[in-house]
Design a binder for this molecule. Structure first.
Ligand code: FAD
Length: 379
């Protein structure tokens, strides 16, 4: 099979990129790895600040169609035991965010793009030369060879292509999340169905998924002992015993499935090379406290689509450098804001989870790489 752009990964980043390339008339296909894992809904929310991007890219209709409901605010208990009401009505332009149904959104985006799709079980080989990219995959015991001018890593935190290219990843922490679905409880002290609370070993968020279900996610560090306890729901009561409101959302249930996921802040050392780019979480991933993972994934593919268009049509790779530069500077700003948020919680400055934010390395701007894979030094 021959194409111009091979997109690996069928998440929001990969599919929105396909949508934008289709609009530009750039030939591409999406490589999707078959997975036995069942989809687990995280009740992801897009904040009001993401709405202008969705409008600008003509994506608002499809996102709104796959919205569980609009969100008008959230509550937090961070830094003290007062419930803070964060009301979106006070925001200037967009007064609501969206809690999306990721599964149906991905299905609808796939239908909208109507692109060539190759599902596979195993990637056998990938050869990247200056002129072309050759990928060999296996599907139903058959070998499929795909040739393209460039390849895109849109495989989220798996970073499948970056790993094959041996691109180092800069991990800035080892945050990990444990999530479960619980019967829905409406809390008498809360109006909105999103609530965030910090505690000595991390923080948690409860979010209404549908009429009957809440999603509860707890975040801590991989080296914190409670991460072992969080693997078994029967320990959640004791882990959350000192929280003020979060513990009220725990419901006695015989069997609760727990899903553990990485949630660290990280960025690839190189975001582009001669004929490859990383987009979405594969390029840079945000702490879910930011609530900007999806908006960021969409923003990266918007920037990437311009760089790809220019390379495919003219062979000019300058767009790759601009792309890398833009993303490194976004990560820099994000990292400072994120650490500031964590430092707003100073009740447990000595605990292993919180103390790093008050030590010098938590405060410093990190030393980001200033080079991309093309060997061009930035700045
Ligand atoms: C607990 C938690 C809560 C979150 N809450 C929010 C929130 O409220 N709001 C928000 O905006 N963001 C949130 N996020 C972040 C958000 O989910 C991600 O930023 C976003 O989904 C990234 O999209 P992506 O397309 O880059 O990656 P992904 O969604 O990870 O998609 C990657 C795709 O690549 C596929 N893939 C993986 N490996 C391979 C391979 N080897 N070959 C081929 N395909 C492969 C995967 O199956 C998947 O389809 C949260 C994250 C976590 C962990």
């Amino acid at each position: 099979m021959n194409t111009d752009v091979i997109i690996v990964g069928k998440g929001i980043a990969g599919l929105v990129l396909s949508f934008l390339l289709k609009k530009k008339g750039i030939q591409h296909l999406v490589l999707d790895r078959k997975s036995k894992k069942k989809h687990f809904a995280l009740a992801e929310t897009l904040p009001p600040s993401s709405m202008p991007l969705l409008h600008a890219l003509d994506l608002i209709k499809i996102f709104e169609k796959n919205t569980i409901r609009k969100t008008y605010g959230y509550h937090s208990m961070w830094g003290n035991t007062r419930v803070l009401n964060n009301d979106f009505f006070s925001q200037l332009s967009y007064k609501n965010g969206l809690k999306i149904n990721k599964k149906t959104l991905v299905d609808d985006l796939e239908e909208l793009c109507n692109m060539d799709m190759v599902s596979y079980e195993k990637m056998l080989n990938m050869i990247i030369s200056k002129e072309e990219v050759i990928v060999e995959v296996e599907n139903d015991h058959q070998k499929v060879i795909i040739k393209g001018k460039m390849i895109i890593d849109a495989t989220g935190r798996n970073r499948a292509i970056l790993n094959k290219l041996k691109i180092p990843i800069r991990l800035y922490d080892n945050l990990i999340s444990f999530s479960c679905h619980l019967p829905r409880i409406e809390h008498s002290k809360l109006t909105y169905d999103i609530f965030v609370e910090s505690f000595e070993d991390g923080w948690g968020i409860v979010s209404g998924l549908d009429e009957k279900t809440n999603v509860l996610s707890i975040f801590t560090n991989k080296d914190n002992l409670i991460q072992l306890k969080l693997r078994d729901y029967s320990n959640w009561q004791s882990v959350l015993s000192k929280t003020t409101l979060l513990k009220d959302f725990l419901v006695e249930q015989p069997e609760v499935k727990i899903v553990g996921l990485d949630a660290n802040s990280s960025i690839a050392n190189y975001l582009s090379g001669e004929n490859w780019l990383a987009v979405g979480d594969a390029a840079l991933s945000f702490d879910p406290l930011s609530s900007h993972g999806i908006a960021n994934a969409i923003y990266t593919v918007r920037e990437a689509s311009d760089a790809i268009e220019s390379y495919i049509l003219t062979g000019d790779r300058k767009g790759f450098v601009t792309y890398s530069k833009t993303l490194f500077s976004i990560f820099d700003s994000y990292y400072m804001v994120k650490n500031g948020l964590y430092r707003a919680e100073s009740r447990w400055m000595e605990s292993s989870f919180w103390k790093k934010f008050f030590q010098s390395e938590g405060r410093e701007t990190h030393n980001l790489p200033r080079q991309n894979g093309t060997g061009i030094i930035l700045d």
